[in-house]
Each structure stands twice: as structure tokens, then as C-alpha cells.
Design a protein around this ligand. Sequence first.
Ligand code: AMP
Length: 171
Amino acid sequence: MEEVRKKIRDIPNFPKEGIIFKDITTALGDPQSFKRIIDKLTERYRDMKIDKVVGIDARGFILAGALAYTLGAGFVPIRKSGKLPHTTKKISYDLEYGSNTIEIHEDAIAPGERVLIIDDLLATGGTMEAGASLVTQLGGEIVEIAFMIDLTFLEGKKKLKEHSVFSLIEF
Ligand code: AMP
């Protein structure tokens, strides 16, 4: 993963002052790095009988789509509010300033299905905590929660301590 780590680009003060944004487009755009990421995740989850890979809007979709394909699992999106056309389950959570709402189609996961949830990056953990709650509300069994990047100094894992959490790269 060292090679992949080197491909991640730091953008200071984006989207606002004081944030160092981890730009993964440079890693995803490099054929070898993208392959390494998906191969590594596939290796980890191949034998875990995953029924559904849930991706979080929007960068989580890139990883979740590719991984669902290699695992022979279904892909399920958790989207920002107002984008899904059918009946949904919604959840709101607090951000540093204001709040955010995400949702999932209520029939996207059947009770008892084995679910892997994935996003590009773990920061405070608020987004994933909300996403995991939606999956649990539908009766999905969360096998693991995966991230490409964990910003460990923000201790987002503490919010996810009921779950098994895996990340490919730590900063
Ligand atoms: P959080 O809910 O605080 O864990 O934030 C996670 C979400 O915000 C993920 O979907 C990330 O894509 C995005 N995010 C938060 N901080 C950063 C950062 N420093 N660089 C890139 N994306 C970030």
C-alpha cells in the first residue's frame, strides 16, 4: 500500500480553511494503484460470504462498485438526501457546522444479508455511524466497515466501536 499512499494528494485548505483534503483521484487514476486497492480488498473479503457491498455517496461508490463486482455481491448506494427515487429510510447526523441527511432504499437489503460498508475516508466517523445505522435498521448484518484511508488522529473509530473496522492506509 506504500505505492498507493504516495499517489494520494494533499490539498490544503479545501473545501475550507484548516482542512487538509486527501485527494484520492490521483490514486484512482493510476491503473496500478486502483488495481492494488481493489485486489487487496477482494483478497480480504473473498471468503466472507458478502451479499451486499454498500457504498457511501459519492467516492465510496467507486470502491464499492468495483468490489461488489469482484466479490460477486450486489452493490447498494447510500445517497445524500433527495437522490433516490423509491421509498427510503433516512437518517440525519451532525456535522461540525450544521447537519447532513443520507438515505437508503428500504428494500435494498433483506434482513440477515451479510453486508460490507465502504467509504473512501474515515474522519470523525459521523457519516459512517449514520450509514451503519441505516443498514442495521434494514436488518442487514454488518460483517465489516472498510475505508481506503483512516485519519487516525480524528479517532473516528471510536464512533464505530460496535463494528469491526478495516482501513488500507492510515495517516
Ligand atoms: P466523517 O463523517 O467526519 O468521518 O467524514 C467522512 C466523509 O467526509 C467521507 O465521505 C470523506 O469523503 C469526507 N472527508 C472528511 N474529511 C476529509 C478529508 N480530510 N479529505 C477528504 N475527504 C474527507
